[in-house]
Unconditional design. Structure first.
Ligand SMILES: Nc1ncnc2c1ncn2[C@@H]1O[C@H](COP(=O)(O)OP(=O)(O)OP(=O)(O)O)[C@@H](O)[C@H]1O
Ligand SMILES: [Mg+2]
Lengths: 306, 259
């Protein structure tokens, strides 16, 4: 998969404060990229620049490998939902969508708009109801619908699941996965709800105080912190060669001096027995299960997201 | 570009405030004749002298040349403020501005929609004003009509210039309050009071050529109040205001972040 979007040293300064600094994000075509960070970390700032709504103080970015004026044209293919959905409160969902269709010069037939409404789960909404009276979740859905007008290749969604009920969150997750899998749309999404993002995204970027601290794929995350058998012994070297002889290949020692076995998770009892039988002192053995949230906290240095 | 003009015109016709303003323009222009007629009747009954007589014939041209009577100017400019600010105020602009080749295009499309809006409201004002007179007077359709239409077009042009000023505040500076204040001051002719002060100040400057300078001759809101605005000066003043302010608005809008 090629890169669809790449930023180079993207920096935005308000007064003396760097809202984001030297950010290098790489998003691959067809993936869901999750941007994680606490309040004020700079997520919205980055997304706004990439969406063409605001200018970077310095740094550049490319879309589909193009930069400058050529890139500006490509922005047409990037639909966005930044912060609160921008809706005309007295107009219906359908009319709100139609306005953008007309502005983009795309099909604004009833079928096209019905299709979008259905994609975001608003097909049953009262056509006379103004968007201003929608629930938060309905507004978010309509905001996603607006981002989808004109068949974008990429959509940028800034906290689209904030304030949704659990059922709504699951529905949006399914919708986004479907957009990726069926239409091949690349999605950049920010959220505080790391559990949900962990179930959805293919890649992640951790942003903290304006800086991109880490960027990794889901499988890298899994490797770094997913489930593994953690073992502490009095003699790791001996224990590792023993386990290797028993046919375990994916094995390493980590920074904490633990042995990490990344396979055969269901056979930890056999591993324990083998180590004990070889007279190697076994201090502890357990299945380590770190979530995206734990990893995020370890990268950003500790205390819980306030 | 054509598409966003279409978009702005579509949302204009969908907007509630536009419909409300249209209704107000119709009502206030329509009741002009019945109210005037009733007042004269009342004054006569109470024995007041010098009430004047109700005209048996009115000229269509006098309505055409005066499309912004009474509160109509303020109504139209207030409607301009609401319409031009609503996409920014509600944040709808975020949905589309990034996907356009240039953000500044939205300023031009908005200005075009506003001009259509002004024209419609001015025509409606003339029609409802005229219709209000139908039960009370004969209407002379032809006398002075050419002059009336010329006056109408010049006022339309001057209103275009004033709208550009309003747009500068609502869209360039993104201040609905400032735009509202300007719309009211210009629509109600109150801003012209400040021109008297400015003129007095200018006369204190010790350059002889400034002695006779009258700023109100060069401002669209004062030119628009004359019965028959001077053609050449109105054209030049309008063109200058429109070109300068729209360009300024576009460049500010391009520079500013959309939040
Ligand atoms: N227009 C602005 N003027 C001044 N400072 C700003 C502006 N916009 C953002 N900032 C600052 O930049 C920093 C990053 O803000 P940003 O909105 O990008 O954070 P965020 O990660 O989206 O936070 P949240 O999770 O609360 O949405 C914050 O410290 C914020 O105060
Ligand atoms: Mg944010």
């Amino acid at each position: 998969m090629g890169l669809i979007m790449e930023t180079q040293a993207l920096t935005k300064t308000y007064g003396k404060k760097d809202a984001c600094k030297d950010v290098n994000i790489k998003i691959r075509e067809g993936e869901i990229y999750g941007l994680i960070g606490r309040n004020g970390a700079g997520k919205t700032t980055i997304m706004r620049i990439i969406s063409g709504l605001s200018r970077a103080t310095s740094g550049t970015y490319s879309l589909f490998g193009k930069t400058g004026g050529e890139m500006r044209k490509e922005l047409r293919n990037v639909g966005v939902l930044i912060e609160h959905p921008g809706l005309y409160p007295k107009l219906s969902a359908r009319e709100n969508l139609k306005i953008k269709c007309i502005g983009m010069g795309v099909d604004h037939s009833k079928e096209y708009i019905d299709n979008i409404l259905q994609t975001v789960g608003l097909e049953n909404v009262d056509n006379k109801k103004g968007a201003g009276s929608f629930s938060l979740g309905m507004k978010q859905r309509l905001g996603i619908g607006l981002a989808l007008v004109g068949e974008p290749k990429m959509i940028i969604l800034d906290e689209p699941i904030n304030g949704l009920d659990p059922q709504g969150i699951v529905e949006i997750r399914h919708t986004l996965a479907k957009l990726r899998d069926e239409k091949g749309i690349t999605i950049m999404i920010s959220s505080h709800i790391l559990d949900e993002l962990g179930k959805l995204a293919d890649s992640y970027g951790i942003i903290h105080e304006g800086r991109l601290l880490d960027q990794f794929t889901a499988s890298e995350l899994h490797k770094r912190c997913g489930q593994f058998v953690a073992i502490r012994t009095g003699n790791n070297e001996k224990a590792i060669s023993l386990l290797k002889k028993a046919g375990i290949r994916n094995i390493e020692t980590d920074n904490d001096g633990r042995i990490r076995v990344n396979e055969h998770l269901d056979e930890s009892d056999k591993m324990a027995k083998a180590i004990v039988n070889a007279n190697i002192p076994l201090k502890e053995i357990y299945i380590n299960d770190i979530s995206l949230e734990d990893y995020y906290l370890s990268v950003t240095g500790g205390e819980h997201n306030g | 570009m054509v598409n966003i003009v279409k978009m702005d015109i579509y949302r204009l016709f969908k907007s509630t405030s536009y419909k409300v303003m249209m209704l107000l323009v119709v009502i206030f222009n329509f009741i002009d004749a019945p109210v005037g007629w009733a007042l004269i009747k009342l004054a006569k009954r109470m024995g007041t002298k010098d009430t004047g007589n109700w005209p048996s014939t009115v000229k269509l041209s006098s309505f055409v040349s005066e499309p912004l009577g009474w509160l109509t100017g303020i109504f139209i400019l207030m409607s301009v403020v609401w319409f031009s600010y609503s996409d920014l105020g509600h944040g709808y602009i975020k949905n589309i501005a990034g996907q356009l080749p240039k953000k500044g295009q939205t300023v031009i499309s908005k200005f075009i929609a506003v001009e259509l809006h002004n024209l419609i409201l001015m025509i409606i004002a003339v029609i409802s004003n005229t219709l209000g007179y139908l039960p009370f007077s004969k209407i002379d359709l032809t006398t002075g009509l050419a002059g009336g239409i010329r006056s109408f077009l010049l006022k339309y042009l001057l209103l275009m210039a004033i709208s550009a000023i309003v747009l500068f505040f609502s869209t360039g500076l993104k201040s609905k309050n400032a735009a509202t204040v300007i719309a009211i001051l210009m629509g109600s002719k109150l801003l012209q009071l400040s021109y008297i002060l400015i003129n007095m100040g200018l006369q204190k400057i010790p350059f002889s050529f400034m002695k006779d300078f009258d700023i109100s001759k060069y401002m669209p809101d004062s030119l628009i109040t004359s019965d028959s605005p001077p053609v050449v000066r109105s054209l030049i003043v309008s063109a200058c205001f429109i070109v300068v302010l729209i360009n300024l608005t576009i460049s500010i809008f391009n520079k500013k972040d959309i939040t």
